[in-house]
Design a protein around this ligand. Structure first.
Ligand SMILES: [Zn+2]
Length: 276
């Protein structure tokens, strides 16, 4: 489905598709404030609405998990040395070394504010998902036109690749494409490897079926560390967001599928170092 943006300024409320149908934006984005509507917590609740099969969007959670409810949007006050050691112990020495560096900013100077969760939607034939240790499924760092498509990649085994440091403004959504360069730098993009199968209930060629839960324990664990690392660099706990929710009305994305928000919340809670 190709869609054409109808609202050019202020809140983008709906978009007109090529066939004339109106696709509703789930969480309206304000192009002047470079943020979605509401407080940081309200934005996170909207942007973490579950992504259903074929890119449908479910009811937004009334509350995030206890850790995210406590943290999102607030100033990061944690023991940085403890976080640096934790990253090193997890084998993430590149991230540990970059802990003192800033995050990306937009052209107008607005710092990164969103932690965008993607899955790689790797299509397999047959009716069985590959084993989580499958080498092809754990390939790290997808590229388009010679460039990594996201900042960070996390495979099924919890191995992490930083494709672009998060100081680099990098686009990976239709929303950023359609709002031009003004939003570049506001979003940090994290890809999680995930296998997909064809859904036989859909007669057309597709990659709709995803495992449940969508990610492995190792991926929730490493994504939580990545979220803490990125937030510590931003100085404020980032607003987590699902790609398909952010882009609803602009594109046809369906990622991430079957993301276990309580598992992510618990992993963040496990890893947050002592507060200052
Ligand atoms: Zn995506």
């Amino acid at each position: 489905m190709r869609s054409v943006r109808a609202a050019s300024l202020g809140f983008a409320l709906a978009t007109m598709t090529a066939t004339g149908a109106v696709a509703q934006v789930v969480c309206p984005f304000d192009t002047r404030r470079l943020s979605f509507a509401g407080t940081a917590i309200e934005q996170a609740r909207c942007l973490l609405s579950p992504v259903l099969i074929r890119g449908g969007i479910g009811a937004r959670p009334a509350r995030l998990g206890p850790t995210l409810e406590r943290l999102v949007g607030s100033e990061v006050r944690l023991d940085r040395e403890a976080l640096r050691r934790k990253l090193q112990d997890a084998g993430l020495s590149q991230m540990a070394d970059m802990l003192g560096q800033p995050v990306s900013r937009t052209l107008s100077g607005a710092p990164a504010l969103y932690y965008v969760i993607h899955d790689t939607s790797q299509k397999y034939s047959g009716t069985q998902f590959p084993d989580n240790a499958d080498p092809g499924l754990n390939r790290l760092g997808f590229k388009k036109r010679g460039e990594y498509v996201a900042h960070v990649f996390i495979n099924r085994l919890g191995n992490v690749l930083v494709g672009h440091d998060i100081a680099v403004p990098w686009r990976a959504t239709q929303l950023e494409l359609r709002t031009g360069v003004s939003t570049r730098g506001r979003f940090i993009h994290v890809e999680h490897n995930q296998p997909r199968l064809r859904d036989p209930a859909n007669s057309r060629e597709n990659d709709n079926l995803a495992p449940r839960p969508g990610l492995t324990d190792a991926q929730y664990d490493r994504s939580a560390l990545t979220y803490i690392w990125a937030s510590a660099r931003a100085g404020r706990w980032l607003i987590p967001a699902f790609h398909a929710v952010l882009d609803k009305g602009f594109g046809t994305h369906d990622d991430p599928q079957n993301f276990d928000l309580p598992a992510f919340d618990a992993a963040v809670g496990r890893h947050v170092p002592p507060m200052r």
